[in-house]
Design a protein around this ligand. Structure first.
Ligand code: SIN
Ligand code: FE
Length: 295
């Protein structure tokens, strides 16, 4: 595999476009096929006064990311307070609305169905840190979160490399989801009876964990924990220079973030029915493989 198999590049001169109808169609097909839509040179500009917010001081001790909820206007995980926290919140909100505008411009058919989720700012250098294998996003994985079931809804993420010193963000992208899922699904455990209800009543999950969520978590863990797979699975190295914007369905694209600092990310959820090709969604793939309904 090489980068050209997994990346679809677009020349879009500004956050307001213009975007041609051909590019819209090509972007939609690439995204739903499980490729990464990349827009070189589409830069998220920072203001002078925001530079001091970019170093490690933006984080409270234990956290990797600052997280922002555009629905409440609240920032979490930062070490800042007072005017700095205010400035950080404004910066996060600007990224959230910029990414939102871009997604609606590129994928107008998604617009009425998009659910805006969290914004993150990732100031810390990824390489050279210590992670437990399950939390190590430098290993190939699909995104799935133990506390946040999606019940099959898609996870669409819009990234920007905003490193002021030009640090590259390096990813590795893996094989098609269906190939990965076929290899790992037989190893994944289901839930025990009553588990989903119990977890939700105990506040361990936000809403009910479905069979789909359980399988996705299992795939996430099994893939990361298989050192042989990490080493020998088909994969391509991809580089995102500073000033690049990219997006993909991270519940479908096997990805690993190897190095880089100062990235922004906005998450959206989308119901499968709003896709042009719902049959390509992970839930439909897993339902075909397992022969049962998963949510
Ligand atoms: C991830 O989703 O695994 C991390 C992506 C990144 O921070 O570049
Ligand atoms: Fe991830």
């Amino acid at each position: 595999m090489n980068a050209t198999d997994v990346i679809e590049a677009f020349a879009i001169p500004s956050w307001n476009g213009p975007v041609s109808e051909e590019d819209r169609a090509r972007a939609l097909a690439a995204l739903e096929d499980g490729r990464v839509v990349m827009i070189p040179g589409l830069e998220f500009r920072l203001h002078e006064a925001e530079y001091p917010l970019l170093d490690g001081g933006a984080l409270d001790n234990s956290r990797k990311n600052v997280s922002y909820d555009p629905r409440t206007g609240k920032c979490g995980g930062s070490g800042h307070s007072g005017p700095e926290l205010e400035r950080l919140t404004v910066m996060m909100d600007r990224y959230a609305s910029t990414a939102d505008h871009l997604v609606r411009m590129l994928f107008p058919s998604y617009a009425p169905h998009l659910e805006v989720a969290r914004t993150s700012f990732r100031p810390a250098e990824i390489s050279g840190r210590v992670y437990s294998p399950r939390h190590d996003d430098r290993r190939l994985h699909v995104d799935a979160f133990p506390t946040r079931p999606t019940a099959g809804r898609r996870i669409l993420r819009v990234f920007n490399n905003a490193a002021p010193d030009g640090t590259l963000r390096r990813w590795r992208v893996g094989e098609p989801f269906a190939d990965f899922a076929a290899a790992f699904l037989p190893r994944v455990r289901g839930m025990f009876p009553g588990q989903s209800l119990a977890m939700s009543l105990l506040g361990l999950t936000k809403g009910r964990r479905t069979r789909y969520d359980q399988y996705m978590l299992g795939l996430h863990d099994a893939g990361k924990l298989d050192a042989g797979y990490q080493k020998t699975a088909p994969q391509a190295d991809v580089v995102f220079p500073a000033g690049t914007t990219w997006m993909c369905y991270t519940d479908q694209v096997l990805h690993a973030a190897l190095a880089g600092r100062c990235a922004f990310e906005q998450t959206f959820h989308l119901p499968v029915a709003a896709m042009a090709t719902p049959e390509k969604s992970p839930i439909k793939v897993l339902e075909r493989l397992s022969g049962r309904r998963l949510a």
